[in-house]
Ligand binder design. Structure first.
Ligand SMILES: Cc1cc2nc3c(=O)[nH]c(=O)nc-3n(C[C@H](O)[C@H](O)[C@H](O)COP(=O)(O)OP(=O)(O)OC[C@H]3O[C@@H](n4cnc5c(N)ncnc54)[C@H](O)[C@@H]3O)c2cc1C
Length: 368
């Protein structure tokens, strides 16, 4: 049996590993000249680690160093808005991990035979019968996995009426700062803007900023330094510690709901199926869950029944997380006067209430 995977990001590579471990022939078509990821961090939450365990890579990822669950949310002046019980989260759900994206891609690539990897293969069209037209010819497979990201060609080929991604109104900057002391994984909310810092095991700090902005607008590092200059430590120092070329900016999108993730022999996975806002840090974790579930259901039930089961299992869960992710980030982007009400109200709410909206994502059991 053969699986052709369109897109060699985290989701596509994880799917390839999952099928390969079940004895399938796999082929990963990736348009980039090599398999790599952008220079940013990635938090892998307990459910993502559980999915990596299923493809034999959980321990290798944990060996890079464990991280604490998110410590909470502060105001720009440093006062806490929400403070999580980090120990309780760790006890209930297990450890978190923060990795460099490229390190995770390297691990996935190393788990695949070299002849499965086809960099420089740009896919043009995907057909429901399992044929894929790409720059190197036409591939055919028992199952085609559309793991080609938020602007998926697979989705455009077979879901031509879908409207495509929706800009949610805020843009994101990311960078990895040199080692710097920070008090855990913390998000800081201002008025329509926020800053997050996440310590990495080697002392470096994965940072992200988000701000309300017109789609496509671009802001450089100097303007960011000005904008966040009055925020509490360590925000200004972290921004001062990097050079402009280390900062990546991307607009934030989510994908309106699809009626199904499956057409014929083709299944969508990861951002191609359910791109979500990064507010819960769950996009890649969900892609990992998708990958493991797809290989299990198809391999154990046969192609037709397995794809139907994949769709039945994955659509409601990912929909729930897309929705919660959008909601979880919304108050960070309120402007005055709503933000002032938020700043008074949030510290008075029990932290458990806030936690309850995000913790369903952390719990996941693989399909058998
Ligand atoms: C700011 C930000 C922070 C985030 N933080 C986290 C986090 O902490 N934790 C987490 O779990 N998730 C996080 N995410 C989400 C996560 O990055 C994505 O959900 C995840 O990377 C999606 O993986 P994917 O493999 O589905 O798609 P992608 O990573 O987009 O991979 C798609 C691949 O397909 C290739 N491709 C595209 N078109 C073609 C074509 N026509 N032919 C051949 N190849 C093609 C691309 O080159 C790419 O390699 C974050 C996202 C953002 C924007």
């Amino acid at each position: 049996m053969k699986a052709t995977i369109v897109g060699g990001g985290i989701g596509g590579l994880a799917a390839a590993v999952a099928f390969h471990r079940r004895g399938w022939q796999v082929e990963v078509l990736e348009r980039a000249p090599e398999f790599s990821e952008i220079g940013a961090g990635l938090s892998i939450q307990p459910n993502g680690l559980r999915a990596l365990d299923e493809i034999g890579l959980g321990d290798a990822v944990r060996a890079g160093g464990l991280a604490d669950p998110p410590a909470g949310i502060r105001r720009a002046d440093g006062n806490w808005l929400v403070r999580n019980d980090v120990g309780d989260l760790r006890r209930r759900f297990g450890p978190w991990v923060v990795v460099h994206r490229a390190a995770l891609v390297d691990l996935l690539v190393a788990a695949l035979p070299a002849d499965a990897l086809r960099p420089g293969a740009e896919v043009h069209t995907v057909r429901a019968d399992g044929s894929v037209v790409h720059s190197g010819g036409t591939s055919t497979a028992d199952v085609v996995v559309g793991a080609d990201g938020v602007r998926s060609v697979t989705r455009r080929s077979l879901w031509p009426d879908h409207p495509g991604p929706r800009y949610v109104g805020y843009t994101t900057w990311r960078f990895i700062a040199p080692p710097h002391p920070v008090d855990g994984s913390v998000e800081i909310w201002g008025r329509g803007e926020r800053f997050g810092h996440v310590p990495m095991p080697d002392g470096r700090v994965y940072c992200y900023l988000m701000a309300n902005a017109e789609a496509g607008s671009r802001t450089g590092l100097a303007a960011l330094r000005d904008r966040f200059a009055h925020w509490h430590a360590p925000v200004p120092a972290l921004l001062d510690s990097v050079s402009a070329d280390a900062v990546l900016q991307h607009d934030t999108h989510e994908l309106p709901e699809l009626p199904t993730f499956v057409r014929g022999r083709v299944a969508l996975l990861g951002d191609a199926a359910h791109a979500m806002t990064p507010n819960l840090g769950q996009g890649a974790c969900q892609a990992l869950e998708d990958a493991v579930t797809l290989a299990t259901t198809v391999d154990s039930r046969g192609v037709g029944a397995g794809l139907a089961e994949y769709d039945r299992i994955r659509r409601p869960r990912t929909r729930m997380i897309v929705r919660r992710s959008l909601q979880a980030g919304a108050p960070a982007h309120w402007a005055a006067p709503l933000a002032a009400v938020r700043d008074v109200a949030l510290p008075r709410l029990p932290a458990a209430l806030f936690g309850r909206s995000i913790t369903p994502a952390y719990v996941w059991e693989p399909a058998r």
